[in-house]
Write a protein that binds this ligand. Sequence first.
Ligand code: AKG
Length: 233
Amino acid sequence: MSAAEEVACRQLETQGYTVLEGLLEEEEAARLDARARELMADRSGYAKLEGALNFIPALAPLCMHPAVLRIAGRFLGAPFYLVNNVCMMWCQPGAPGGRLHADWPLGDVPRPYPPWPLLLQTMWMLTDFTAENGATRLVPGTHRSGQPPPSTPVEGEVAATGRRGAVLIWHGATWHRNGPNTTPDQHRMGANAAYIPRFVHRPELWPRVRREIYQRLPEPLQKLLERSVEPVG
Ligand SMILES: O=C(O)CCC(=O)C(=O)O
């Protein structure tokens, strides 16, 4: 693991999230952003495209980026899996902020939640993420609370900002939401890929990868998706 990855792991342990800059070429991030926008018709403010690997196979290198896999291995043990295919999350100008939450599968888990992650989340920044354009907001340290967020306002939220090509990684128990996009004209596009340890498995919840797409993916990514591919026939 590189020194930057060690720092990222420490931040994940203490704050529940970290941002690694410059993992993806800015030009490639811009291409993926443009492709996602072409495919997404929803202009309602905060739009999602689930199962995006089926439509944008060029997302594959993000899902199996070696730095992300090393960090995921540290927190999830081996083997771990990619669960949600990939979900594009587009925060359009004027989009309202989301509701603070902890991630699946914690809604089904007795409290206090375990300290180790049942889900490790990544959000690839395909545009710059700024405090104004809807960068994901997180409440540092809340992954250690063992609880979901209260319904009352919470102090100490931080916007996870970064340049196009950075990746935000968070422990699924860290309270978070998309920030509001208060700009008139700046878009925020993220590609979300989530990893689970072997003992967490609910394939019926996630968009399966189409078999013809799966067969063309590199072998390491096929392994990460082997429980998420469409059945034969
Ligand atoms: O789009 C965002 O910044 C937030 C995403 C989110 O809340 C989630 O993936 O659980």
